[in-house]
Design a protein around this ligand. Structure first.
Ligand code: DP6
Length: 369
């Protein structure tokens, strides 16, 4: 059981109070995670581009409390108290308590803000949970490294372990969050050709990546900013007993295998094929589950069709991917950014709610502020 590695020895140090601030990005999956087993173990491996502009910044302030009988915390979004965020964080704390046994020793103030609008339909769970996991790891590092009762060998947390455990914890908050910590391309889930890949945490994609993918662009078109019709947990559950589930999980392994060569050779045509097929498969799974959902909106389809005809007439390598919602992520190489931005402005913005979209590109993960 690899999880045991993440259970620390008892801390004896007494840090009274303090605070840490981390900023962490969202990510967009190319091969999708859809379906999980118990304890947030994915049914198939996934790979994502880390984003750069869509980020959450979290300040975690902590002060020691008298009684250690329960979790005690308050959550704020942009300065406003958000009690409706508490159940998700309470569940997160329960799941990770065994790995961070100090959680009941402190009262926490969690102050968070996103660079993207909260109700934009852009999921904040990946950036939010990864930023919180990094803050908690900073506190664990402080507790361990200030522990005089431990030997010097025992009381250091190296950077590799820090990130790995943060990713492990973030996964227990929200699966895709474990892919937001470090690296521009991140793999989560055991894949036989990717050494070091794990169901427990994300790892930096370890192989060669062609120049074509450097600074890859992602423009997120906000088609529908409403509340999600289906929460991701409900969505993942739909894969239990789904008639096509086993084939889908096999397909994800195969697509990730094919991407290894695509990344190496810079083969954008095959990249497009895999990425668009993954997006449509994700939605096909939702349309064919019981109960069934259609999360695309008419404008999602308008945009997809526009992208396809633009590609046909211009030979551009622009393509799209989707999350579990109606918004469209438009992906394109840096070398095409001028012409694709023009195309977006002229032909796609009309299909966005209030003409809203967000320009983003590949980023490199979380940062301490
Ligand atoms: C469609 O990570 O939000 O974005 O583990 O239940 O929090 P939970 O799910 P979540 O699921 C994301 C699903 C997806 C695909 C992906 O990001 O791989």
């Amino acid at each position: 059981m690899q999880e045991i590695r993440f259970i620390p020895k008892a801390y004896t140090s007494s840090v009274e109070d303090g605070s840490f601030t981390w900023t962490s990005p969202s990510n967009i999956a190319l091969v999708k995670y859809w379906g999980k087993k118990e304890h947030q173990i994915p049914e198939n491996p996934s790979v994502s581009f880390t984003l750069d502009n869509c980020k959450t910044t979290t300040i975690l302030s902590f002060s020691k409390k008298e009684k250690q009988d329960n979790f005690s915390f308050d959550v704020f979004l942009d300065g406003d108290k958000k009690d409706d965020f508490k159940p998700k964080i309470e569940t997160f704390f329960k799941r990770i308590e065994v790995y961070l046994p100090f959680l009941k020793n402190y009262h926490f103030k969690i102050e968070t803000s996103n660079t993207f609008p909260h109700s934009s339909g852009i999921a904040s769970s990946a950036s939010g949970m990864s930023a919180l996991a990094m803050c908690l790891m900073s506190l664990e590092k402080l507790l361990i490294e200030s522990d005089v009762a431990m030997s010097t060998d025992e009381n250091t947390i190296n950077d590799g372990f820090f990130i790995q455990k943060a990713s492990f914890l973030a996964r227990l908050g929200s699966g895709s969050a474990c892919r937001s910590l470090e690296g521009d391309l991140v793999v989560w889930g055991k894949h036989h050709e990717i050494e070091g890949s794990s169901d427990l945490f994300g790892v930096k994609y370890p192989f060669e990546v062609h120049e074509n993918f450097k600074n890859y662009r992602d423009t997120i078109l906000l088609v529908d900013k409403g509340e999600k019709q289906v929460s991701s947990s409900v969505g993942h559950n739909l894969m239990y007993g789904h008639p096509f589930a086993q084939e889908r999980f096999k397909q994800a392994h195969k697509n990730l295998s094919s991407l290894i060569n695509v990344f190496k050779e810079g083969d954008l045509d095959t990249f497009i094929e895999i990425v668009e097929s993954e997006a449509l498969t994700l939605h096909a799974m939702m349309m064919t589950s019981m109960p069934y959902f259609i999360l695309m909106k008419p404008n999602t389809l308008e945009i997809i069709n526009k992208i396809w005809s633009f590609r046909q007439t211009t030979n551009s390598k622009v393509c799209f991917t989707l999350d579990a919602g109606a918004n469209v992520h438009v992906l394109y190489p840096e070398s095409e950014s001028e012409q694709v931005c023009e195309f977006i402005k002229n032909e796609l913005v009309a299909f966005c709610q209030k003409g809203q979209y967000i320009n983003d590109k590949i980023g490199f993960g979380a940062k301490q502020l």
